[in-house]
Every structure is written in C-alpha cells, then in structure tokens.
Design a protein around this ligand. Structure first.
Ligand code: ADP
Length: 401
C-alpha cells in the first residue's frame, strides 16, 4: 500500500510517499515560493529507490497546479522517480488545519467534505484555503484514488467544554463557533502514542504534557491518552510565544494599538503573527541564532530566551494541575528535538514537581526517541521526534480500512 501525503501551504507544498507495508519513506519533498518569480523544489529519494538520491529544481511555479504537476512527474519520473507510474499510489492523505465543529476525525474526501472544509475557511483563513487548493488539484490529477483529510484539530476534539469555551458572550460561540480548537494535533497525537509505548503503558493510562516547539509552538495536556487542554486556541496565534507569533497577550492591547498607532486590524494582525514572539523581542526567530547571540552577550536575545523558557514553564505548571499524576513531559519538533540548552532550561528548578533532567542524557540533538530524565525523576522526560507525515498516512490507512 503506497500512500502519498500532501501538506499544502499558502505558497508551499510538502509531500511524502510512504510504503506502508515496509514502513519506509520512499520520497520526501518540498516546493517553496509557489506563485513567486523564483521557486524551488527539493526531493529526497531514499537510498536504492531511484537513480538520483536528491532532486533539485529552481524554477517558477505559477500556482499549486503547476507545482503538483512537476511533483508528480518527478515522483514517477524515469531518473528521479521512486515509482513507475502514479497508478501505484493507492491513497492520498491531506493535512487540513481546521476541521471546526463539523469535521471531527479523518474522513474520506467527497464533495460534501470539501464544502465543509471550505465553510471552515473563516476560522483558518491562512491555512484552509491553501489546503483546499492541494485537495482540488490532487482530486483532478489522481481521479479515482481515495483521498483522506486529516485535521490538525482532531486530537484536541476531546477537550471538555470548560476547556474549549472562551469567557465571552456565549452567543459568539453558537453563532460564529469562536472557541479553542488547538493545532499541531497530528504531532501531539503521534508523540502521545509513541510515549505510551516507551513508557510501557496502554494509551488510555498515560498522563502527559506534550511540547511541540518549532517555529510554531504548542503544548497539550493529555489525560488518559486524550487531549484535555491545549495552548493554541481559535487560531495558532495563542499560547506560548513562538518564532514570530506573540502567543497570549492581554486582548486589550489590540484596541490600544489600533487607537494609539492608528493601525488597521490587518496591521495589528500582521504584527502579532509575523513581527512578534522571539523575533519581536530580539529581531531573530531562529533559536540557533538566538543562542549564538546570547553567547556573544546580546541582552535582548537573552531576554527573548528567558521569556520563552518562562512561558513554557508556566504552561507546564498549569497543565500539571489538570492532567492528574504526570507520567512524562514529551519534547518534539525543531527546538524540542534539537535544542538541549532550551530543554534543560525549561526543566530546570522543577524538582519540586518531580521533574529532573539528566544533563548527560539530554546533551545533543535527538534523532530517535530518547529518555533524558534523571533516574530519581518521578516524571519521565522524553524527546520524541515527531513524524506528522507518517501519522497522516496511518490515519489515511485507518479511514480506508
Ligand atoms: P516548523 O514549525 O516550521 O515545522 P521546526 O519544527 O522545523 O519548525 O522548528 C524550527 C525551529 O527549530 C527553529 O527555531 C530552529 O532554530 C529550531 N532548531 C532547529 N535545529 C536546532 C538546533 N540544532 N538547535 C536549536 N534550535 C534548532
């Protein structure tokens, strides 16, 4: 069974071809800068799968349709391909960011599902339209091949109303569906399942705090294997501060800025999404640059890192209070997997919560699941590389079965 996973963004297209029988990734690729004068495609084929291990194309991709055509030509190409023809693809799994309150679980895509994804666009204006383009192009190119939508919001659907409801007039929820949805759900689910296995527990026994720390950062409180709360909300802007996103701020700052700076709603939105977070404080959003700047004595970079660590600690405390006896903290994504300094700083001085990291075990980047807690730590600390594509492929398979 070969599953093609598509994660289509506003100007990018990530893809992966997986062979579910052998469990191997046959090819993985990324098209960047779709719709811009210069575009770039990079595809990595797994050893032995194709004549060329790496394929690179610098060319303009006017739209997603053009990008997908090139991808299909490469994946099934004579020199660059890993399959003889696209007819070998058994199913397609699409990442869709917002399922809203109409799409709770992964689902086979038909016209009705497409209409529901479209209806959820106001809740996710940056992502859902881009995901839809990917779906529409793939349905055209792979007519007859079953396609499944897997939602970022799925894992968080188990949150109880007291966790997902905002304390604003209730009619705004019933009328406009304004509530906490949460994101990165595929990643939180994947590491939750992996963590249960590593801890030797069944899924419904594990209590975890999962920390997806990449450019976007979110945390989830998991009780009995189910998400009961998460840091992101109606949109991926809330929660802990991120690379360029503010995370939680006093909502009154918005009208204050609009009044004092005479900014439009769009300007405020852009500042909070693109010019805030780590970047807003120190001008840098790549954690590697921030560490290098801290080492050189850059005070703003140090402040940005202090804030990042502090906000995550506060969420650990909040989630610890609601998960019940905690089995593990689980770190994942770019920073979570690779940044031992930030992991160490987040876990520092949490001994009173039974959380104690082992510096030697924690040292370095983790390419595979690793326990990094001290022997005496009551709570395990796990680093588990996320694999959203595999999780999407598994969910796709689940729907087809
Ligand atoms: P995205 O949310 O875009 O998928 P990633 O999960 O790839 O992002 O994470 C990107 C973040 O991971 C960046 O802040 C980057 O600096 C950080 N990162 C990647 N490698 C390292 C490393 N070796 N040390 C510290 N941070 C790292």
């Amino acid at each position: 069974m070969k599953i093609f996973v598509i994660n289509s963004g506003s100007s990018s297209l990530k893809y992966q071809l997986l062979d579910m029988e052998s469990g191997s990734v046959m090819a993985t690729g990324l098209v960047e800068r779709i719709g811009e004068p210069t575009g770039k495609l990079t595809q990595k084929n797994w050893p032995g799968e194709a004549k060329q291990a790496e394929v690179e194309r610098e060319m303009p991709f006017p739209n997603h349709h053009a990008a997908m055509h090139t991808v299909v030509d490469l994946v099934a190409g004579q020199d660059t391909g890993v399959i003889a023809s696209t007819s070998e693809i058994d199913a397609i799994g699409h990442r869709v960011v917002q399922g809203g309150e109409t799409l709770f679980t992964s689902v086979l895509i038909d016209d009705d599902v497409v209409a529901k994804i479209r209806a959820n666009c106001p809740l996710s204006p940056l992502h859902n339209p881009a995901n839809l383009v990917g779906i529409e192009v793939a349905r055209e190119l792979f007519a007859g091949v079953p396609q499944v939508a897997v939602f970022d919001t799925e894992f968080h659907q188990t949150m109880p109303p007291h966790a997902f409801t905002y304390a604003i007039p209730y009619e705004l929820y019933t009328e406009l569906k304004i509530r906490r949805y949460g994101f990165h759900g595929t990643s939180h689910r994947y590491v939750t399942e992996q963590a249960a296995g590593l801890l030797g527990k069944s899924l419904n026994e594990v209590n975890l705090i999962t920390l997806h720390l990449g450019n976007g950062c979110s945390m989830a409180a998991v009780r009995g294997g189910k998400c009961i709360d998460t840091s992101m909300g109606l949109t991926p802007l809330s929660g802990v501060m991120m690379g360029t996103r503010s995370g939680d701020i006093d909502p009154a700052i918005l009208p204050f800025l609009m009044k004092e700076k005479k900014w439009s709603m769009e300007q405020v939105d852009a500042v909070l999404n693109k010019q805030s977070g780590l970047k807003g404080i120190c001008g840098m959003n790549d954690m590697r640059d921030i560490h290098a700047a801290v080492a050189k004595g850059d005070k703003r970079a140090a402040l940005a890192l202090d804030m990042f660590v502090y906000q995550i600690k506060k969420f650990i405390g909040a989630f610890y209070a609601v998960t019940g006896p905690l089995d593990a903290l689980v770190f994942t994504a770019g920073i979570g997997e690779n940044d031992d300094v930030t992991r160490s700083r987040i876990c520092a001085d949490l001994e009173h919560l039974g959380i104690q990291i082992d510096q030697k075990r924690n040292a370095g980047r983790k390419k595979s699941a690793t326990a990094v807690h001290a022997d005496q730590s009551k709570v395990s600390i796990l680093v588990i590389p996320t694999n959203e594509e595999l999780a999407i492929a598994r969910a796709t398979l689940g729907v087809l079965k």
